[in-house]
Design a protein around this ligand. Sequence first.
Ligand SMILES: [Mg+2]
Length: 210
Amino acid sequence: MLDADSTLAAIEGIDWLAERRPTEVARRIARLTQEAMAGTRPLESVYGERLAAVAPSRDELAALGAAYVQAVAPGAAACVAALQRAGVRVVVVSGGLRGALLPLGAHLGIPAADVYGVEVRFTAAGAYEDFDRASPLAAQRGKPQVVETLGLPRPLVAVGDGSTDLAIRSAGAADLFVAFTGYARRDHVLRHADHVVDSFAALRDLLLPS
Ligand SMILES: [Mg+2]
C-alpha cells in the first residue's frame, strides 16, 4: 500500500492547487497540510477548510493529474513493476483527490480500482461543488479503516511520509511501516517507522532483496 503525495510524487496535490491561488491562501493551506502530516492537527479538522479555500475546478483537477505524472518519484514505476512481477498487489491509498490520482496510477500500471482517494463533485459547468464528506480518507484515522475494509492479503506493507500512513501500522492494519523520506522528513513518523527509505530503489531492495 503506497501513499501518493510526497511519496509516489514530489508534490502535495492540495498545495499544488493552492499555489494557483493568492499567496496568502497558498501559505495558509501549506501550513495546514504541514500540521496534518506532522500529526499536530487531525486531518479532518483541516480537510474541508483546505478544499473550500482552494475550490478546484474540473480542469484544475485534470491539470493536477498531469502534474502528478510529471512529478513522479524516480524509480517508482520500476519498483511497482518489480513488485507486481513478484506477485505483490500494489494499491494507492491517499487522502488526495482521486480524480487527479488516476493518471498517476495509470502511469505506474496500477489499476484504477486499486487507486483510493477522495472523490470531488463538480457543477455541470465544471466548478467545484463539494467533496465526498463520507470518505474515511478525509480523516486522520481513515487510512487504516480503508485498508482494513479492502481485506488485502497479508503481510501488508504501508509506505508513506505522513502520520496518516503511520496510523495504518499503529492500528494493526499493516504489518510493516516504511517511512519514505524522499520528499519530506517528519520526526514523529520516522521515530515509529519499522524502516526508513529515501528512494524507490531503496524500497525495492528492501522489499525484494536479491
Ligand atoms: Mg504523503
